[in-house]
Design a protein around this ligand. Structure first.
Ligand SMILES: Cc1cc2nc3c(=O)[nH]c(=O)nc-3n(C[C@H](O)[C@H](O)[C@H](O)COP(=O)(O)OP(=O)(O)OC[C@H]3O[C@@H](n4cnc5c(N)ncnc54)[C@H](O)[C@@H]3O)c2cc1C
Length: 477
């Protein structure tokens, strides 16, 4: 009898793991189990009036680096090349990023000239922060918060304006709690290896080997910063699902896994309410906190570690305006916590992907709400009020972008616990989880956003690596 691998969770990580398992030279029997009726997890695109596309979760995938290239390869393998909408390097959405601080929008400086000028909201040219970085001594701690790292290397202003905003934009979290080692591993490593982040990034650039394909070469030649798909990013999980079901993978939907137990022969019993599955290996692509509740008593130490990997909630408010114009052209802007604790940032969707504006075209922006403001609302039981979230988002769009007329279309979604937080010492949690798995020879592999990167490229890579481990291969082969 052949081996059976059960994959828990049909978000992008579980789909990617199943895809790579199904393409093995001698594929095992693969069963993908998803708790909800829909595959794709947080990747969800919906159509609005006139066919406009609204992303409720991620809206762009980075093209750069080895992981960016691997995802583009996957896109080609799935036959989606003609659906790709690139943001080329010379496009305003690739070049321009803004901060909203002191009641005004400020372009983040770029190029040498930009760095030599004083660019508000910074009180001195960023050149000085760069000089400080080049001469600052190497850190000694095994981990550090992003804020402390940035303050030590680049100064307090860059830490509290730029890095604070970046952590809110990427992780919807606080730079004073998030770990630099786990959230920005390339910065952490650059300092360890080259003593300076700037030197490390400069010297280390372009060293990784990348997969090659027509699409990857095009992305490189045109310097794509990111890309989407014509019908929205959900086309990617949809194409993966079609590929899996036509390739013999069993895909179960609406079947939440409610427990895992180990049998005498070292196989897993996966309980699904009134039925169960047997597996030689399990790949978990559900959030760490969910897995912690499914594990059997023998794995209690692992469950305790996983339970500490928490996630934060984000309210995503998609707005469309007819006949409106933005004051600036760019990817979007971020908002430091000192300016507005509730608005993480606003993405100018129409600038990056005008093809998704519908007909007649309407200006699309997405307001991301979160941070301490949302936590306080949640604690008071008010966060589920759609009206309150819509009002807050419209106010932010009016104040920060001058979009004062009521929107023609609005969608409000509160995503509970959607972004895992790699807080200080996250690396120790990962180390202790992998020691436990190795020491007890548990046929279990962890994948997904809870561990080593929340971006879609990281999640897809975690699925690929998990599949290789489940097949007994070296992850990089
Ligand atoms: C608002 C938002 C915006 C984002 N923007 C970007 C972006 O622009 N670019 C980017 O690269 N990344 C972005 N991200 C990050 C990225 O989208 C996520 O990190 C990624 O989609 C997570 O995928 P996953 O498969 O690991 O987890 P999930 O999507 O959480 O999938 C886990 C799956 O497991 C299922 N599940 C849970 N419990 C059980 C159970 N008991 N049994 C069976 N199934 C279960 C869930 O239903 C879900 O389908 C964004 C995320 C959010 C929330």
């Amino acid at each position: 009898m052949g081996r059976t691998v059960v994959v828990l969770g049909g978000g992008i990580s579980g789909l990617a793991a199943s895809y790579h398992l199904s393409r093995a030279a001698r594929p095992p029997k693969v069963v993908l189990v998803e708790g909800s009726e829909r595959l794709g997890g947080w990747v969800r695109s919906v159509r609005g009036p006139g066919g406009a596309v609204f992303e409720l979760g991620p809206r762009g995938i980075r093209a750069a680096g080895a992981l960016g290239a691997r995802t583009l390869l996957l896109v080609s393998e799935l036959g989606l090349d003609s659906e790709v909408l690139p943001v080329r390097g010379d496009h305003p959405a690739a070049r321009n990023r803004f901060l909203y601080a002191g009641g005004a929008l400020h372009a983040l400086p770029s190029g040498l000239r930009g760095l030599l000028r004083t660019s508000p909201p910074f009180s001195r040219p960023l050149f000085w922060a760069g000089l400080r970085e080049l001469t600052a001594p190497r850190g000694k701690d095994p981990d550090e918060t992003v804020h402390s790292f940035a303050e030590r290397r680049l100064g307090p202003e860059v830490a509290s304006l730029a890095m604070d905003s970046l952590c809110r934009g990427v992780f919807a979290g606080s730079s004073r709690e998030l770990s630099v080692r786990s959230c920005f591993p390339s910065l952490f490593q650059a300092e360890r290896t080259h003593r300076s982040v700037l030197l490390g990034l400069l010297l280390g650039a372009g060293q990784s080997s990348q997969p090659d394909s027509g699409l990857v070469r095009r992305a490189r030649a045109e310097h794509w910063s990111q890309w989407s798909l014509r019908g929205g990013l959900e086309m990617l999980p949809q194409a993966l699902t079609t590929h899996l079901t036509s390739g013999g993978v069993t895909v179960l939907r609406g079947q939440p896994v409610c427990g895992l137990s180990l049998q005498a022969e070292g196989r897993w019993k996966v309980s699904l309410g009134d039925s169960c599955l047997e597996a030689d290996h399990v790949i978990s692509a559900v959030p760490a906190s969910v897995l912690s509740k499914l594990l059997p008593a023998e794995a209690a130490p692992l469950a305790r570690v996983l339970a500490t990997i928490a996630a934060v909630s984000v309210a995503v408010v998609n707005l469309q305006y007819q006949g409106a114009r933005l004051p600036v052209q760019g990817f979007g802007h971020l908002v430091p916590s000192s300016e507005d604790p509730g608005t993480l940032g606003i993405v100018y969707d129409s600038v990056a992907f005008p093809e998704q504006d519908g007909s007649p075209p309407g200006l699309r922006v997405t307001v991301m709400l979160g941070g301490s403001w949302l936590q306080t609302l949640k604690a008071g039981g008010c966060a589920s009020s759609q009206e309150l979230l819509q009002q807050k988002a419209q106010e932010a769009a009016a104040t920060q972008l001058g979009l004062k007329e009521p929107p023609s279309h609005c969608l409000v979604h509160l995503h509970k616990n959607c972004i895992p937080q790699y807080t200080l010492g996250h690396w120790k949690k990962l180390e202790s989880a992998s020691h436990f798995l190795a020491a007890h020879r548990l046929p279990l592999t962890l994948a997904g956003a809870s561990y080593e990167g929340v971006a879609l490229n990281d999640c897809i890579e975690s699925g690929r690596r998990a599949a290789a481990r489940a097949l007994g291969l070296e992850p990089d082969s």
